[in-house]
Each structure stands twice: as C-alpha cells, then as structure tokens.
Ligand binder design. Structure first.
Ligand SMILES: Cc1cc2nc3c(=O)[nH]c(=O)nc-3n(C[C@H](O)[C@H](O)[C@H](O)COP(=O)(O)OP(=O)(O)OC[C@H]3O[C@@H](n4cnc5c(N)ncnc54)[C@H](O)[C@@H]3O)c2cc1C
Length: 370
C-alpha cells in the first residue's frame, strides 16, 4: 500500500521520538518525553490492536516482593541490591498512583498474603526465622514492620494454618490503568498507531530509519519498550516468559479479599468484582512457557482449576468465565534493562513480574536517557 502525501506529511514526517510498544513503559516514556520536550513530535507504534504483551494481561498486584521472594533474592543479590529493588518498586507504585490517581486505577490497599503448602514446612520455617531481620532491612523504606503472621481466616485448604501478611500490598484495576494511560497520552497530542510492528531499524548520522510491517520512515530517536518481545528487535539478555491466568464468574458472598501468593509465588490470586482472578503455574513447564505465543496450555489451566477447587474455593461452587495469557520479559537478574544502545537508540525492557510496580519509573528513566 502506498501512503498518501497527507498521511506521510501529517503522521510520519519530522518525528522526534518513536517508541516501540504501548505497554505501561512505552506510555509512561511518552508522557515523560512530552513533559521534557513539550514541542516534540512523538509517535508510538504498537503491534497489537490493543497493547499486546503484559500490561493489559496482568493480575494487578501492586506489590513489591513477598517475604520468601525477598529471602530468595538475597541468595543472588546483595542486601543493598535488594533494598534498591524494593525501593524502586515502592517509588514506581507511588509514581503510578500520582500520575493517574487512586480512584481511577481503583487502588485498594487490602494487604497481601503469602500462603505455604503443607509440603513447604522448611520454607515456612525459614520465613518465620528471617521475618524480623527482613522487617529491619526494610525499615528505612517503610518505617514500620512490613511482614506479620496471620491465621488462615479465609479457610483455604491444604495450606499451613498461618500465613505471612504484608500490610502494604495493594491491588489495582489493570484495565482502568491502561485505559487511563492511553487517554492521557493521546490528550497530550502523542500519536499511537496500532497493528504496526517495528521489524528492523538502521541508524544513520542524526536519525534512525525504521521499517515496520506497514511502512518505512525516519525518526530522530527510537526507544524500544517491547519487554518480552525485545529479542525480536534487539540483542539483549531478555527471554519471553508466558504467564497464564483465569477468572471465575461472579461468586455470591465472596469473602476473600486481598492479593495472595502461593507456592513461592508461582501461583497468585486476588479478588476483583466478586470474582477470583488466578494465575501462575509456569514452573510446571518453564521451557514450554518460554514463548511469545499468547495461548493457554491444558496442563497449566487444569492445574489452576484443580487448585481453585482443592485449596482456594474448596466449599464454594464456581465457574470459569475467561482464560488468557500474557508475555513477560525475564532474565538472570531482576533489574530492568534501561540503557542507550547507540547514538539514537534506547531501550527499557525486562520488567519481570513487577511491571505494575516499576513500569512508570522505567518509562521515566527511559525518557530521561533520550
Ligand atoms: C499474566 C501476568 C500477570 C502479571 N501480574 C503482575 C502483577 O500482578 N503485578 C505486577 O507488578 N506485574 C505483573 N505482571 C508483569 C507486568 O504486567 C509487566 O512487567 C509489565 O506490564 C511490563 O510492561 P512493559 O510496558 O514493559 O511491557 P508490555 O506490556 O509487554 O508492553 C510491550 C508492548 O510492546 C509491543 N511490541 C512488542 N514488540 C513490538 C514491535 N516490534 N513493534 C511494535 N510493538 C511491539 C507489545 O505488543 C506490547 O504491547 C504480570 C504479567 C503477566 C503476563
């Protein structure tokens, strides 16, 4: 298809910044670029009809790490690195809440719970014995104890009688967040083109020549916010990791309220509009889930249903309404990759399972680089 003179002139000429990807990072990057360069011409290219990675697919936990996760991170990261990770998540969440407002994203601080299966005695004991030292480690950030022990009042089955409670964990409405971000971005005069995949780019002196599945054009700078799909465009240490989810139909008198982590965080569930949203199970087949295919597997979906029946809602009849999956970007380090790749090309990718928390900040850091 040949583009018209008008299309070329109005959409694709004198572009200062092109962002690949309209997830939470790409959209926040665009907002921050506009703040820094009010006159700049900013274009976002998104391969999906809707954003099509993780930002519209996630569970909406506003979390910064469960107790067992923080303990585990201390095996591979220094204390200082772990503090920095938690700090980033907390300030990222604050930035998200400031940008959009708690009401719009339906932010609720109902607390987070970590549940331990009966087979997890060793892990549970380890968490109990390290709880106080982790609370002290995090005290400079929260000025209060983060983790405490609570009794299983939600009547979950097949788990330890006590769980670890995190008073600062919250939840948001992911759909509201992304809709609000898209509206805000467009209200600033930033253009978004959907169904447009950046296929390759070539850097010349003062610009980047960008080839998409629809057309080619030049932009002064290119910023890749393509997370789990990063390696289709860049040569960075990011692997795709699919995460599968299901949601029940509304359940009458649902008493479960909060965000819940089970089996070292490999499973997670929450309440939303009288439903239970439940995801996880990647550990059943890491290799098969290292994919960018947005499908579900029978094995993982069956396991999710089984855990709903046996552990989460053992006495409550339920039906599944929807099932879906999203693609995360992961690597051997929890830190996101935010860096300049060449004179005019930058990236902000590899957000792992914490992009709701750190996405706004990574978007801002990416904008600050360019
Ligand atoms: C099921 C699931 C549950 C999760 N739960 C939570 C949670 O509860 N709390 C939390 O903090 N985090 C959670 N996460 C992680 C979080 O959603 C992500 O870390 C975050 O959304 C990443 O944002 P992003 O903008 O970097 O990436 P994405 O949202 O994946 O955005 C990247 C965008 O780039 C587009 N794209 C890719 N390649 C190209 C290309 N070549 N050209 C144009 N466009 C392209 C994609 O279509 C996509 O829209 C979850 C993730 C999943 C999948």
């Amino acid at each position: 298809m040949n583009l018209s003179y008008w299309e070329i002139k109005s959409w694709l000429t004198n572009i200062d910044f092109t962002i690949a990807g309209s997830g939470i990072v790409g959209l926040n990057c665009a907002l921050n670029l506009k703040k820094k360069h009010p006159k700049a011409n900013i274009l976002i290219l998104e391969k999906g009809t809707l954003p099509q990675g993780a930002s519209t697919k996630n569970a909406g936990f506003a979390c910064f790490g469960s107790l067992s996760e923080i303990i585990d991170d201390l095996n591979t990261h220094s204390e200082q690195e772990v503090i920095e990770l938690v700090k980033k998540r907390v300030s990222g969440l604050q930035l998200l809440r400031n940008t959009l407002g708690d009401k719009i994203i339906n932010y609720q601080q109902n607390g987070g719970y970590e549940l331990f299966t009966k087979e997890d005695s060793q892990l549970f004991d380890d968490c109990l014995s390290k709880k106080d030292s982790i609370n002290s480690l995090l005290n400079p950030i929260f000025n209060e104890d983060v983790f405490s022990i609570k009794q299983n009042t939600f009547n979950f089955k097949n788990i330890k009688e006590n769980y670890v409670f995190n008073q600062f964990e919250g939840q948001i409405d992911t759909g509201n967040m992304m809709m609000a971000l898209l509206v805000l971005v467009q209200s600033k005069g930033i253009k978004i083109l959907n169904n447009c995949t950046v296929e390759s780019f070539v850097e010349s002196n003062n610009s980047v020549k960008i080839k998409t599945n629809q057309f080619e054009f030049s932009s002064s700078k290119l910023l890749a916010a393509t997370n789990g799909f990063a390696n289709q465009l860049l040569n960075e240490n990011v692997k795709p990791a699919r995460a599968q989810v299901l949601i029940t139909k509304p359940i009458e008198n649902l008493h479960i309220k909060g965000t819940f982590h089970l089996d070292k965080g490999y499973y997670y569930f929450r309440n939303i509009n009288n439903r239970i949203l439940f995801g996880g199970g990647r550990n059943l087949d890491f290799k098969a889930e290292e994919t960018t295919e947005l499908n579900q597997s029978e094995r993982i979906q069956n396991k999710l249903e089984e855990l709903l029946k046996t552990t989460i809602l053992p006495e409550t009849p339920f039906e599944i309404d929807y099932r879906w999956s999203g693609i995360m970007g992961v690597g051997n380090q929890k830190k996101a990759i935010v860096k300049q790749l060449s004179n005019n090309v930058f990236c902000g990718v590899r957000l792992g399972g914490m992009g709701v928390a750190i996405g706004s900040l990574v978007g801002k850091e990416l904008a600050d680089l360019a």
